[in-house]
Unconditional design. Structure first.
Length: 168
């Protein structure tokens, strides 16, 4: 039991920041992301021996994050907006500040299915097949959702990037 707890703690220490980022991109709220990560880690702990034997712990946790996000969005109290607008986590690298805000705002406008595909494909870096496996859908669904999402993001972001001197 002690070895199991130690292995689990080591996994959490290595992956917690990445899980928070994925959860934030899935739900768009720092506090909801923390709740999603906590829920995912609790469920992972319960199934740790089985999941570890299967050898694909990361895929299992990503699936828990996606499913938990769907479950939470269906609860009535989650439909209310928190009164803490403007509290975004501090990013350490990547896009310029102006572009980051526009990207997150555009990402928030995508339907949840498209948003999940974009996060898993382009943030986490999964292949089409891995994304389809994580989301329990076909590769064709991943491709079509990805295509629609990227077209919408391009439509939303192109004027913003041109306004701040970004790519054309």
């Amino acid at each position: 039991m002690a070895a199991r707890d130690e292995e689990f703690s080591e996994y959490v220490a290595q992956r917690r920041t990445q899980l928070r980022r994925i959860a934030y991109l899935l739900c768009g709220d720092v506090h909801k992301a923390e709740d999603l990560v906590q829920t995912a880690l609790m469920k992972l702990y319960v199934a740790w021996n089985r999941v570890q034997r299967s050898g694909n712990v990361d895929a299992y946790v990503r699936r828990i994050l996606v499913n938990s996000g769907i479950d939470e969005s269906r609860r009535p109290w989650r439909r209310e907006n928190a009164g803490l607008d403007g509290l975004d986590p501090v990013a350490t690298e990547g896009l310029a500040f102006e572009d980051r805000g526009a990207l997150l705002a555009a990402l928030n406008t995508l339907p949840s299915g498209q948003r999940r595909v974009v996060v898993l494909r382009f943030f986490v870096g999964l292949t089409i097949e891995e994304t389809a496996t994580d989301l329990h859908c076909s590769t064709g669904t991943v491709k079509s959702q990805s295509s629609r999402a990227l077209a919408r993001l391009n439509e939303l972001l192109t004027p913003d990037f041109r306004a701040v001197g970004g790519p054309r």
